[in-house]
Design a protein around this ligand. Structure first.
Ligand code: TXA
Ligand code: MG
Length: 311
């Protein structure tokens, strides 16, 4: 189906992706249409080997090799210089079409750590462009059911590989400049990266009304439909019917529904989107999230919660 230009949703260790042949511009155009995603937001290209990644880029820096060896397959996306079209190119040296990268001269690439994803890429024999399989700005899917609920019949096929074990999206790291720059915190922490390659810079946050320093840094993202508040010390709203996602402090209200969240960051990440999908389906007036600690392990989770709360 992928080779015929169709869309196949598939599981990865982070979230489900909405996949198309990354070399087929028309198929990729359908990803943007189905997601209602603006054309300015580039897609991640999924490959099954380092060789497949190298074939898509102009330069494969030494740090890319070190990171790939340590973290691939896994939740790390590397942004590299995209291979330019050449007349004498061999069939393996493909050029990723502009639509995949939103016209940028760079491309985000990763090897996902899910046996079904790897088998799919190998069977298709092409790199797969795949954003998370949800509508733009909405919650990412961590089960096949989430995909079905969000995209329904607009996807040609959904491969069910069970719930995603990481549960939040990959870390996006740019290797375009001499100093590696973190564009999106995710499944691999800044500390884990720095242990392998030394200091990593943080992308400056977008300023209202100015062009974004990197694409995809929209404040509102990963959001449930229900209004979401970040709260501390159990201070929940006093109006309407809500649910409190407790980490530490008990809610200061006896009428609110309470869902106890896991205490470790990996367990919390694995269940977060499913809990939010369920809260959405229960038609609460609001969701109050007891903010987990401001510690390095929690940075990706806190980033997603901040974005989920933005309006
Ligand atoms: O875990 C994940 O990364 C999942 C699974 C399916 O692999 N995919 C995912 O894709 O989260 P998406 O499209 O929802 O997010 C892609 C992120 C965006 O923040 C986008 O801006 C960034 O990667 N990105 C992709 N290509 C880029 C590039 N050339 N330069 C800068 N950022 C890029
Ligand atoms: Mg997404």
């Amino acid at each position: 189906m992928l080779r015929r230009g169709r869309l196949v949703a598939f599981p990865t260790e982070t979230v489900y992706g909405l996949g198309a042949d990354a070399l087929d511009a028309q198929a990729v155009a359908r990803i943007y249409a189905v997601k209602r995603r603006p054309p300015t937001s580039p897609l991640i290209v999924h490959v099954a080997s380092v060789e497949m990644a190298q074939a898509l880029v102009e330069v494969w820096p030494e740090v890319a090799g070190q990171l790939a060896q340590k973290f691939w397959p896994g939740p790390l996306t590397l942004v590299l210089q995209k291979r330019l079209p050449r007349q004498d190119a061999s069939p393996a040296e493909a050029t990723i079409p502009d639509i995949v990268t939103a016209g940028l001269p760079s491309v985000g690439i990763r090897i996902p750590a899910h046996p079904l994803a790897l088998a799919l890429i190998r069977a298709a024999g092409v790199p797969l462009a795949a954003p998370s399989a949800n509508r733009f700005t909405e919650l990412s899917p961590t089960t096949a059911d989430h995909v079905r609920q969000s995209l329904g019949s607009e996807v040609d096929l959904i491969l069910d590989g069970g719930p995603c074990v990481v549960g939040i999206e990959s870390t996006v790291l740019s290797l375009l400049e001499p100093q590696p720059t973190l564009l999106r915190p995710g499944g691999i922490s800044q500390q884990q990266l720095e242990a392998v390659i030394g200091p990593v810079a943080l992308a400056s946050q977008p300023v209202e009304g100015r062009p974004h320093p990197a694409p995809g840094m929209h404040a509102r993202h990963y959001s449930p439909r229900t209004v979401l508040y970040l709260v501390e010390d159990g201070k929940v709203p006093h109006v309407g019917r809500g649910i409190y996602l407790q980490y530490g402090a008990a809610p200061r209200s006896s009428t609110v529904a309470v869902h106890q969240m896991p205490q470790s960051a990996p367990d919390y990440a694995m269940t977060l989107y499913d809990v939010l999908h369920r809260a959405d389906a229960s038609n609460y007036d609001w969701i109050a999230v007891d903010l987990p600690p401001a510690a390095p392990d929690w940075e990706a989770i806190r980033d997603r919660l901040r974005r989920a709360a933005a309006n």
